[in-house]
Design a protein around this ligand. Sequence first.
Ligand code: CDP
Length: 789
Amino acid sequence: MIECKTSKEIGGMGHSKKRKEDARFIQGKGHYVDDVKLPGMVYMDIVRSPYAYAKIKKIDASKALAIPGVLAVVTGKDLEQYNLHWMPTLMSDTQMVLPTDMVMYQAQEVAAVIATDKYIARDGRDAVIVEYEPMTPVMDPFKSLDPNAPVLRSDKPGKTDNHIWHWEVGDKEKTEDVFSQADVVVKQQMHIPRIHVASIETCGCVAAYNKVENHLTMYMTTQAPHAIRTVIALVAGHVGLTEEKVRVISPDIGGGFGGKVPVYPGYVIAIAVSFLTGLPVKWIEDRSENLQADSFARDYHITAEMAGTKDGQILATRFKVLADHGYTDASANPSKFPTGLFSIGTGSYNYHNAYMEADAVYTNKPPGGVAYRCSFRVTEAVHAIERITDIFAREIGKDPADLRMQNFIKKEEFPWASPTGWSYDSGDYHAGLQKAMDAIGYHELRKEQAELRKQGKWMGIGISTFTEVVGAGPSKDFDILGIKMFDSAEIRVHPTGKAIARFGTKSQGQGHETTYAQIVAEELGIPMEHIQIEEGDTDTAPYGLGTYASRSTPTAGAAAAMAARKLRDKAKKIAAYLLEVSEEDLEWEPGKFFVKGAPEKAKSIQEIVFASYTNHPPGMEAGFEATHYYDPPNLTFPSGAYICVVDVDPETCHIKIRRFVAIDDCGNIINPMIVQGQVHGGLTQGLAPAMYEELIYDEAGNILNGTFMDYLVPTAVESPSWETGHTVTPSPHHPIGAKGVGESPTVGAPPAIVNAIVDAVSHLGIKHLEIPVTPYKLFKELKAVGYFK
Ligand code: CDP
């Protein structure tokens, strides 16, 4: 029998009564989407499915429509008339906007209610009666491939199974040869569970279609406003919303972390309703909707194998992945990379044989596979390589730090051609791990651990030495829906020497307003407080692919430097003209050009800019503006060495992180304080899947932890005091030698934590623990090895 939550459990009636008590009822104009208030604006709420897999027999909207203030109830059948009931995903799969006959996961959008205020809209939502015919869902990705499993995507002509795609990289035969001859082979199955991108601000939009001008302004929580404008034009161009008629404004955003890259059905429904009615439509998800229905991250089942010698030389690795994508592949990956950049999983180690393969399947879970603070599946890859490296070290009885030092790619071996096709730009892994070991007092800790074990106390030390891959990307390989993944900067310097710089990226709290201004200031010598930074408005900013996957510094940051350098070239010509010397006679120091050997003969950047509007050389274009679309020659490869120390209570299995040292290398650092903030936040978001977070479903498709009562997002209370530091290995191809940083800590933290916990209990026969490692999970494992009776 199928059990499910009733709509009463999901949310009760009487929301309009709560209006007066709602502290979020903001007066006036703010900076977030929810603060946007437009004349005549109406509100949208969404009816969601209580079932994971069901036929829709009937939608009865009569009671909802009888509520004063409810203006309309929109269903999939309504959208079907305009061919707007399906939309493409960013991975060229298809996704329902609203269903016409089937629902495919719990909390899927079923109908939309439009009302004069948001509380009435919610009352209307609860009054819509939907009759379902429930079916048995497919929740287990392994069972999804069973020949008898129902074919979930029956909408796809000719589809006879639930398989989405197969991917592989590396040399299968050579890797098999190495494995068959190796002294030591270790193998471990691991699950990187489905987790949720819990940004403080949920998703939402205000779609404002102006019938007179045939123009849509879309205020929305998006990390990629330009790409979204293109997607809107692709989906709705046939009804007149062509790209020049669409303006996407992404105002301040309360965290994105990858979850605000996809196009959610709510956005499209709001656009459709505004288009049909001419009224501005506001839709803001509530917290539970955000948790239950928005794109998930991770959900990779990995079998990792490593082959090596008895003295610790790594010879080869082999990874096999089963990826659970829910009912549609809505990953936000570059097109050519269905597993994202998972192939970085050969890690920081010098060996030449690797093979990886992955298969993706449909299940009755919400769609997605977004890169949650991760450069497209790097978290999964780093977890696999850093866990299996530790397992190998334990198998041969070697200290995991020594084993890593033995196998690291040496700094003089860069650029390094990885067996899966990457060209690592630079790195100094030995220096990073040594610095982390010195900072934490590694050898003393090992002695202390041995002493404590004698006393029956469990302490563990875990290492993760990862290589990241960020900055998508070189346009020869990287595109989303065919749009190349370059990024852009436009700098305009006004006659008085004050500037505005606009970018194709979109900060969600990473501090681009500061760091981009620093780059322009450094290159042009204009004080950074005189440089205004703008992102997020497609009518004004140059086209770019947005901010996610730590790509902003490697792409738009580089574009800022390149655009500023174009301006400096122009400035030199103007200075030569003003000083009546040739360009070769001039030297630059930040803020001015001066004549070599005669520093008093100089023109400041402000004088030069003024001249560009008032007294520029004959034949030269007036003004002081430059734009650069930066297509990086390679990705950047930041790295890190993290060491975690845990104490585990032998009676309660409580796990306490005693210390955590994170040494990051993101090349030249633009702003140390911002980088430190990025690392602190990222480490907490790495702690989350390691010890707390996992979306859990029962066999009937119910989400068992669909609210923050049951889904624990760690805060300062759960977090240890992070100790951070850095080494600097500049990227040789980036104009200012910088690499991205935002994702590194989220990627590097989980294996360091798990390696530490396993290390604490390894003497009891435990070789592996699945994340999140909770005290209860640890208790069960200890029971399985006979420690607890
Ligand atoms: O794409 P996203 O902004 O999330 O990631 P990022 O490029 O890693 O940058 C995150 C923040 O750290 C930005 O404000 C960067 O300018 C700053 N950063 C830095 O100051 N130095 C670096 N080497 C890398 C990033």
